[in-house]
Design a protein around this ligand. Structure first.
Ligand code: NAG
Ligand code: NAG
Ligand code: NAG
Length: 246
């Protein structure tokens, strides 16, 4: 390359370099850094299992996105590595990917709660896992003095510590994994038995139980038939719901 053209290139290069710098310098002031839940947990230490789950279920990204797009804030209950390792062996491996996601979502409240607010919240609290109905994902806060506990119907966990709080995100350490009722509780009544006639309620229930029994439990053959119809209807509802959600 001729020295002259090299010089021209050098001048052009330096020119564009310096103009880039001068164009950027006004914006160089540090942007307000968005809260990053993974970074918060990494900094706190002892949350490697939770971090792994937050990443594998993409909940970390979702929490960060919600933090930057909504002003409701978020609350995360963070079980320690100890909490995970004291679960019954194989607990995490025995559940599906969908249930893992629900488990993680169950630890996330879609609004900001300060520690003081736990004293006055009304139960059950709404989690990202959804439905708080009995047998689903109820999460209750109980307090006794300054001690805050979480009950799920499966576990009663103590809130040990505030790991992090700003006006948007609150992260509380919990000493147990919050196991939701719908995954770890006693199984819900079997949906829609395929052969209702094999389960004749009248055979084993006392005849005078009409007061406490539901219609499906009436001891007559009619009761059995109604049971079958109710079962068929609930299959239909489940199918409609499934079609709706898929
Ligand atoms: C959040 O922090 C983690 C760990 O420090 C990092 O790997 C990740 O890239 C960060 N995410 C964002 C969106 O900055
Ligand atoms: C949670 O609280 C509600 C309202 O007080 C109550 O009906 C429900 O049984 C509680 N559930 C659990 C799992 O503690
Ligand atoms: C809170 O939970 C811990 C177990 O994690 C238990 O020992 C304690 O009795 C509970 N406290 C209340 C008020 O339920």
């Amino acid at each position: 390359m001729a020295p002259q053209s090299f010089f021209i290139l050098l001048v052009l290069f330096l020119h564009s370099f310096s103009s880039t710098i001068s164009a950027q310098s006004p914006a160089a002031a540090p942007a307000p850094s968005a809260t990053n839940v993974t970074a918060v947990l990494e900094k706190a230490g002892q949350f490697t299992t939770l971090i792994k789950l937050l990443k594998s279920t993409k909940m970390a990204d979702q929490i960060n996105t919600q933090l930057s797009t909504s002003n409701q804030g978020m609350t995360l209950f963070a079980p320690t590595d100890n909490a995970f390792s004291s679960l019954k062996a194989g607990t995490l491996n025995s559940i599906s990917e969908q249930q893992k996601l629900q488990l993680v979502q169950f630890h996330v409240l879609p609004s900001f709660y300060s520690a003081a607010q736990f004293q006055t919240v009304s139960n059950p609290l709404h989690t990202q896992a959804g439905n708080t109905d009995d047998g689903q994902f109820p999460l209750n806060v109980t307090t006794s003095g300054n001690q805050v506990n979480i009950t799920t119907g499966v576990v009663n966990a103590a809130v040990a510590n505030t790991i992090f709080t700003d006006s948007q995100l609150a992260v509380y350490q919990v000493d147990q994994v919050l196991l939701p009722l719908s995954i770890f509780g006693t199984p819900a009544p079997a949906p829609a038995p395929s052969k209702p006639e094999t389960k004749i309620k009248g055979a084993d229930s006392p005849s005078g139980s009409s007061d406490s029994g539901s219609t499906a439990e009436a001891s007559s053959a009619m009761g059995v038939e109604q049971h079958g119809i109710a079962a068929a209807a609930s299959v239909g509802v489940v199918a409609i719901l499934a079609a709706f959600f898929l």
